[in-house]
Ligand binder design. Sequence first.
Ligand SMILES: CC(C)(COP(=O)(O)OP(=O)(O)OC[C@H]1O[C@@H](n2cnc3c(N)ncnc32)[C@H](O)[C@@H]1OP(=O)(O)O)[C@@H](O)C(=O)NCCC(=O)NCCS
Length: 247
Amino acid sequence: MRFCTSLDGEKTRPVFGGECLSIKMSEIIIRSYQPGDEPAIEAITYRTGFKGDDLTGRKYCDDAHLWFLIFIGYYTRYEPEHCFVAVEGEQVIGFICGTPDTLAQEVRFRQKVVLRAALRLFGYTSWRYPRSFKTVLGLARQYAAEPKNTENDPILTQYPAHLHINVLPGHQSQGVGTQLIRRFENHMRGLGVSGLHLGTTSKNHKAVPFYHKMGFELVEDSGIVPHAEFDDLRYLTFAKKLETLKS
Ligand SMILES: CC(C)(COP(=O)(O)OP(=O)(O)OC[C@H]1O[C@@H](n2cnc3c(N)ncnc32)[C@H](O)[C@@H]1OP(=O)(O)O)[C@@H](O)C(=O)NCCC(=O)NCCS
């Protein structure tokens, strides 16, 4: 028997003749970020933190707070005006955050987050979660070795903004990501931003089709890079031009 699925991912009623009967669909609202949303965003970041899949129980990084600090905490703390959340009832089920100016964001990230993350890594994670320490140290070494962006970077010139988007498992593939990205694009258009970019990997089997569907094009492919968990991982950059409302 086939079932209809409600927006919270629960199977509800059987399908009769192709019609879903009296399904109670909860309304999903996209709204601006509020400081009280941070714990929910930290949890979603962790539940989607392993190339789009759940980090829970993988022994890759058990320190959920450090993971959040490194990847998302900058945006909620220092650029909250560019963060939006999807809410169902009282629950935050997804978020999008980013910056209109990647070059400036990278400078502020180094000033505001790197020291804080290093203090937690060495002062807490190292003894509390030794495996996480190894993982994050590896990522930090990789970050330190990467060439830093400059103002002549062709991707940043055309697509100066970037974003991160995550939807809680159980609520994915139901249109939430689409609503979040539309809201973010409209927000960036309103600021006069000419284009957006983002990074993902070839192993993210949900994100890659999602960005294609949302009109992003692949603008950079790293080719296969060494990785502890995968032998054929590639880093991908997707980008999209925005027609601005100010022009
Ligand atoms: C990627 C993500 C943000 C998309 O949000 P979403 O709410 O699941 O996506 P939507 O329901 O709006 O789907 C839009 C399109 O995305 C793609 N998509 C979504 N879920 C997918 C899945 N499980 N498998 C393959 N494609 C998928 C499809 O192209 C879909 O279009 P369709 O419905 O016509 O098939 C979400 O799946 C997610 O948070 N994943 C984990 C975290 C992550 O990977 N974030 C991106 C890091 S770069």
